[in-house]
Design a protein around this ligand. Structure first.
Ligand SMILES: *Cc1c(COP(=O)(O)O)cnc(C)c1O
Length: 434
């Protein structure tokens, strides 16, 4: 359920007509619905009722500070994977004590910043990372709260680029090495072992891999406690999938029930790190048709959004439903068209779909674009960085401006030897003569 619905044939975000936003902001732009974000958060939180649970929103799914702030107001903490994300979470009002710091390549600077900020826990992904963290924490005189992220070697049955819990993936400590890493952690200065963490992938459509991984982790907690480790936190990661097309992911309720069965009364505080589930359906990418090009093989609908604005279709072969902002009249004929961007790559496509054939200037909405959309946008082909708008009831606010081509060019400069500047070039010629 989301709050992008038609009213008298026109798509609205909550109480705001999309076409009005398009007139105000220009296209393409992302549009997020606060009510949808909140709804998804609450449905997930309700499904965990009865557990001593804490939801740390995975900021990487959509890291706009307004999105984080909307969730923080509901009590969400944050899961961050860089110091940049930690800064966003803090600016958005998430207390450091509710921030989990994950990631496979934390630098010493990042560790130090996280420790100084006082984050809840650092999820360590390897033995060498643990050694470095011990050194950094000791030199600061701070004890780092640490969970070891374990790799249970479980197939998440998802796209290979977002599977993270197999032994051939770079994430977490390999299962056979886990007890040794905990023993080392207990012996190292500056390290305070608090828990175990696991995250096996994203867009999971089946509960079984979760069940298997979580079951292994529960057994591990028992073993670690028997070895004398104090395990108070269990971080079960994110990864629950959402429907983009006809997928039928488990509901949050089914997921919650499974967690309760598997984790039972382990007497741990349990952390969840959902990203996509919260943000995915809370956003659309709005784009305008630039041109209709009828080829011999296909009809191309060329729009002003492109793979640089939303890379999921070309990166993961992901499907996103595309719908007209102004509904076609009842009984309008559907034709198969391919919706493509203007970028000079054949991969710049949003996919083939049956649509009432749009005309030049029509607005289209690319749905389920709230997660891994704007955060992955680039300026490829020197295209302005796509803006973001947030709606809340009848209010709308630009929460990230379009970063213009002029902004980008203002950060580039010619080196002296290519400059038209007389003095600089004179210097160059003089050196050439020497
Ligand atoms: C990406 C990621 C998440 C969020 O995954 P979703 O599929 O968006 O829920 C959670 N935890 C970690 C460690 C991640 O890397």
């Amino acid at each position: 359920m989301d709050h992008f619905q038609y009213r008298s044939g026109e798509m609205f975000a909550e109480e705001v007509p999309i076409s009005r936003l398009a007139d105000d902001v220009g296209t393409p732009f992302y549009c997020y619905s606060t009510a949808t974000l909140k709804r998804h958060y609450r449905v997930f939180a309700d499904a965990l009722n009865g557990l001593d649970a804490s939801i740390c929103y995975a900021v990487k799914a959509n890291s706009n500070i307004a999105v984080i702030a909307a969730l923080a107001r509901l009590g969400a903490g944050a899961d961050v994977v860089s110091i940049g994300e930690m800064k966003r979470a803090l600016v958005a009002g998430v207390p450091a004590a509710n921030i989990l710091f994950s990631g496979v390549g934390k630098t010493e600077d990042e560790m130090a910043s996280a420790l100084k900020a006082g984050v809840l826990q650092i999820n360590v992904e390897s033995a060498p990372e643990l050694e470095t963290l011990s050194t950094v924490a000791s030199s600061l005189g701070i004890d780092a709260n640490v969970a070891i992220r374990v790799n249970p070697d479980v197939d998440a049955l998802t796209h290979e680029k977002i599977s993270t819990g197999k032994s051939e993936n770079k994430f977490g400590v390999d299962w056979p090495e886990v007890p040794g890493v905990y023993a080392r952690a207990a012996a190292l200065p500056g390290i305070n072992v608090t828990g175990v963490a696991v995250h096996i992938g994203s867009q999971l459509l089946d509960l079984d891999p979760f069940r298997q991984a979580y079951g292994m982790v529960v057994d591990l907690v028992r073993t670690l406690r028997a070895d004398g480790h104090r395990i108070e936190h269990l971080d079960l990661g994110g990864g629950l999938g959402i429907p983009y097309d006809n997928e039928q992911p488990p509901s949050p309720k089914e997921y919650g029930t499974m967690v309760k069965e598997v984790v039972g009364d382990l007497d741990c505080k349990i952390f969840f790190e959902p990203g996509r589930l919260i943000a995915g359906n809370a956003g659309i990418l709005v784009t305008r048709v630039v041109r209709v090009k009828k080829g011999t093989a296909r009809t191309f609908i060329i729009v002003d959004a492109a793979m640089n604005d939303l890379v999921r279709p070309t990166l993961y072969n992901a499907h996103h439903a595309i719908v007209p902002v102004n509904e076609a009249p009842d009984g309008a004929k559907l034709t198969e068209v391919e919706v493509v961007g203007p970028i000079c790559e054949t991969g710049d496509t949003f996919g083939r779909q049956f649509l009432p054939e749009p005309g030049e200037g029509d607005l289209l909405a690319i749905r389920t674009a709230g997660a891994y959309g704007a955060v992955m946008a680039s300026a490829y082909n020197t295209r302005a960085l796509v803006p973001e708008v947030m709606v809340n009831g009848a209010d709308a606010s630009v929460i990230r401006d379009r970063i213009s081509v002029d902004d980008m060019l203002s950060r580039e400069s010619l080196p002296d030897w290519l400059s038209d500047d007389e003095e600089a070039r004179g210097q160059e010629q003089k050196e050439a003569g020497d």
